[in-house]
Write a protein that binds this ligand. Structure first.
Ligand code: PLP
Ligand code: COI
Length: 339
């Protein structure tokens, strides 16, 4: 029996995963299996050359008892872009969604109840399976959906997390793979994250070219809130070719403009943190996780941001109200299932 309230962002095995293989450009029908191991050729290009990409999305048990999956089609599109970026065979969006739906249906007992703060997270993975030794892309691949019930991404959740800037390790180059959700980006970030964790922080990356502008965090985009001279607020988020286009950030920008905030996406100098009244990391896993301070050891600077503020709190509730069905979803962001 799972204690939903004790779940963290770690893997809990469920009954089924879902798989589909692509051979010679033809996709097989997604099927559910209890087997969590897969057999692929030892020379698969996914294993050797990192030809792999993944996604992350959630299903929520709503206040009305219905299940909502948030913006699944956007994850399908992003996985297609990631696949194209690595010269893999993109999975058709309908097949992606069919596989997620099957993974939900087959694992419905693992969907956390409403108000536990936990959700059912899906980790779709696309890995190239063509055996090859010469350096080049393989076209055959396996698509897998791994469901797992999860709790908060950062241990402090909405209470806030301190971040450390690391200029000694870059996550992704300006013309590299940062805009795609490929495993290699995360492997490249491990050392920086470990360094930050050892000092009690999460890691914040600056742009790899100049190290002057905020890029993003290991697994989330950055949002800063500024108070303007007029008394209004501005929602600021980095424009960078090296960051993942976050579906959460995109949704929050829509909600923020609706709330009357000025929404700006542009390059953001690290020093601008001093003018921000609130800041947060945002993403599927961490939703909105306020940033309590940013420490820049190289420049001997600390940017205190304090307690989670009213603007981010309002945005957090606006997003979660849609995800949990507490308000009408006028954007059509959720796919609703009666399971
Ligand atoms: N940036 C990175 C590097 C991520 O891994 C994620 C997580 O998916 C995000 C941003 C947030 O993206 P999304 O809101 O689509 O989950
Ligand atoms: C997500 O937010 O869904 C992610 O995939 C981030 C992560 C790599 C844990």
């Amino acid at each position: 029996m799972i204690d939903w309230s004790k779940l963290t962002f770690h893997y809990t095995e469920t009954d089924y995963i879902v798989r589909s293989a692509c051979h010679n450009g033809i996709w097989g029908k997604p099927y559910a299996t209890r087997d969590k191991y897969m057999s692929i050729h030892v020379a698969a290009t996914g294993l050797q050359y990192g030809q792999e990409c993944f996604e992350g999305l959630k299903a929520f048990r709503g206040i009305d008892g219905k299940v909502r999956i948030f913006r699944m089609e956007e994850n399908a599109k992003r996985m297609q872009r990631s696949a194209e970026g690595l010269l893999m065979t993109p999975i058709p969006a309908e097949l992606f969604c069919e596989a997620i739906q099957l993974a939900l249906e087959k694992n419905i007992d693992f969907l956390p109840p409403y108000e536990t703060g936990a959700t059912l997270y899906f980790r779709p993975v696309l890995v190239a399976t063509t055996p090859e030794i010469s350096v080049g892309p393989g076209k055959d691949c396996e698509f897998i959906v791994i469901p797992t019930p999860i709790g908060p991404y950062f241990p402090n959740g909405f209470k806030g997390t301190p971040f450390l800037v690391n200029r000694s390790i870059d996550r992704a180059a300006p013309q590299g793979t940062g805009q795609w959700k490929v495993g290699g980006n995360y492997a490249a970030s491990f050392r920086a994250s470990e360094m930050a964790h050892a000092l009690g922080y999460e890691c914040m990356f600056t742009d790899a070219k100049t190290h002057r502008y905020i890029d993003e965090c290991t697994a989330s985009n950055f949002i800063g809130i500024k108070r303007l001279a007029t008394g209004d607020y501005e929602y600021l988020t980095p424009r960078s070719s090296a960051i993942l286009p976050s579906i959460t950030n995109d949704s929050l920008m829509t909600l923020a403009s609706e709330m009357g905030l000025k929404v700006t996406r542009r390059r953001i100098r690290l020093e601008e943190l001093a003018d921000m009244c609130e800041a947060a990391a945002c993403g599927t896993a961490c939703v909105i996780s306020p940033i309590t301070k940013v420490v820049d050891l190289d420049r001997d600077k600390v940017y205190p941001l304090g307690e989670p503020g009213p603007v981010l709190t309002q945005l957090y509730h606006a997003l979660q109200d849609i995800q949990y069905g507490r308000v009408e979803d006028k954007y059509g962001w959720t796919r609703i299932f009666e399971l």
